[in-house]
Design a protein around this ligand. Structure first.
Ligand SMILES: [Zn+2]
Ligand SMILES: [Zn+2]
Length: 281
């Protein structure tokens, strides 16, 4: 089974996420677990946790169908120790929220060197910070998202993701999420099945497909290798529909969240249906 659905809103309460996902026919979804513009949040209260778990069950979702997304402020690669610590504290807070909610993974942008230190040193700072975050929490895995590689952002090269993973002690609690738009922006052509399979081969060689824990399915507003991050609705951008049909017909991508971060919520029911139909064929 393919776990397909959008990154849904938590406005009004965390328990609205599974309800919003169900409303568009999703079989999986993404969500934030707190306000993504703030560093910290308190742990959800007992009643909120119960409501969330109840909404998950009532709408037919299991934790493995959900890939929550960490806040955008976090930068574990920050060369400034105090600022890195602030990011680490924020990540620990989010991991604890996931743990409380019964969620098993948290998607994280690897971070940016801010072009102040070499990428290798930045990757090592991320690995070191991840080790500390994982030691302070239990169960929840950090899933590193690949990036288009703008402005010192780590993760546009598979070697960078591999280096971070290599430095993490508990390999069971680290994984990767491939965002199709970011990968295209980073310079991997994905427009045909052949291109996509070649990219996956490179990923497998550099990182290992066993580390893949989910994907973000997005089309692109900007051209191949742009190093920019501009998402488009599925089939409406410069990547085109073939990639997404290919993914939904490849058994390697079953049983992991395939999350749409596409810009037009009114299109989500159609996008989800189209993808699940491609899978059924
Ligand atoms: Zn992201
Ligand atoms: Zn993404």
């Amino acid at each position: 089974m393919y776990f397909v659905g959008p990154h849904v809103s938590i406005a009004g309460g965390l328990e609205n996420a599974p309800v919003n996902a169900k409303a568009v026919g999703a079989t999986g979804f993404g969500m934030f677990v707190k306000n993504q513009r703030q560093w910290k949040a308190s742990l959800p209260k007992k009643g909120d946790v119960e409501n969330f778990r109840k909404a998950m069950a009532e709408n037919g979702y299991e934790p493995r169908q959900v890939l929550p997304h960490a806040g955008y402020l976090i930068n574990l690669a920050n060369p400034d120790d105090a600022k890195q610590q602030q990011s680490l504290d924020s990540l620990v807070c989010e991991l604890k929220i996931c743990e409380t909610l019964g969620l098993t993974m948290l998607n994280l942008h690897p971070g940016s060197s801010l072009k102040l230190i070499p990428p290798e040193a930045a990757c090592d700072r991320v690995a070191d910070a991840l080790n500390r975050a994982l030691a302070e929490t239990s169960g929840v895995a950090v899933v590193l998202e690949d990036t288009a590689g703008a402005g010192g952002c780590l993760g546009s090269k598979f070697e960078e993701l591999a280096r971070i993973i290599q430095g993490v002690d508990d390999k069971k609690r680290v994984g990767v999420c491939i965002d199709t738009m970011h990968t295209f922006g980073a310079g991997f052509d994905l427009r045909t099945k052949k291109d996509f399979l070649q990219m996956m081969e490179e990923f497998d060689r550099a990182v290992g497909i066993g580390y893949l824990r989910g994907m973000h399915l997005n089309d692109s507003m900007v051209e191949l290798g742009s190093h920019r991050d501009r998402h488009e609705s599925i089939g409406c951008g410069l990547i085109g529909i073939e990639l997404f049909q290919t993914i939904l017909r490849d058994k390697r991508f079953e049983e992991m969240p395939l999350v749409l971060e596409t810009p037009h919520p009114e299109n989500w029911p159609d996008e989800v249906r189209m993808l699940l139909e491609a899978a059924a064929r």
